[in-house]
Design a protein. Structure first.
Length: 228
């Protein structure tokens, strides 16, 4: 069943040279967008099964699919707290189950088995069972800017400076000196499913074309060198 607060998202991807153009459009849009939260660095560990079932479900465009990630904010590479997120997708609608993890997500010398165990000990059974069936695949980091329309109906995020760290076949987290960098920026417009018409009016002259995009999918493609 799709929750009442499920959202729709429209994504745009463009070259980083268009960053100023995108920000100018947002700030001068007639719907009165303003920065709703300070810029911050987002970090994600994405997990998948050993057969890459979650990746495959997204590639094939299955109507019901999920992504599993651990997210934290800021510069710290080894967070003391964060959230396990199960990102659900059904047709055009998306929602997240978020489980706070506050008791030392991992330390500098923790291996992946220990990290997953620590997270599982702090989340409900249904979430821990999902995570235990998975392995870490990639870590990505990027800077996010947040904007919201004056009527609070449409939220826009702008992500830039994405870096990807390959975690496949690793026993320990690897945040070494050679991340793969992406020079694109990703813009996401998010709105309640009842506000689809409003969002359409807001975005009708957005200076970038709509594009299907997934940071998880793109990152796996980058580190693997081909489709799995």
């Amino acid at each position: 069943m799709i929750p009442e607060d499920a959202r729709q998202e429209i994504k745009f991807v463009t070259n980083h040279f268009n960053y100023d153009r995108v920000i100018q459009w947002i700030k001068f849009n007639e719907y009165g967008f303003f920065q709703s939260y300070p810029d911050r660095l987002i970090n994600n560990i994405y997990f998948d099964t050993y057969d890459y079932d979650l990746y495959a479900a997204n590639i094939s465009g299955q109507s019901e699919r999920i992504k599993i990630r651990f997210r934290w904010y800021g510069e710290n590479q080894y967070p003391s707290s964060g959230c396990l997120e199960i990102k659900n997708r059904r047709n055009f609608f998306g929602w997240k189950n978020i489980y706070p993890v506050s008791n030392g997500a991992f330390n500098f010398d923790d291996n992946w088995r220990t990290i997953i165990k620590k997270i599982c000990n702090q989340v409900p059974r249904e979430a821990s069972e999902l995570l235990l069936s998975c392995q870490p695949v990639i870590i990505n980091r990027y800077k996010r800017s947040y904007f919201v329309s004056i009527d609070n109906k449409v939220r826009i995020t702008v992500d830039q400076n994405q870096k990807v760290f390959d975690q496949r076949y690793k026993c320990f987290p690897d945040l070494g000196l050679r991340p793969v960098s992406q020079d694109s920026i990703v813009i996401e417009a998010k709105f309640n499913r009842n506000d689809k018409n409003i969002a359409g009016n807001v975005l009708q002259d957005f200076p970038v074309r709509v594009s299907r995009n997934s940071k998880f999918m793109n990152s796996v493609d980058i580190v693997s060198g081909n489709r799995i």
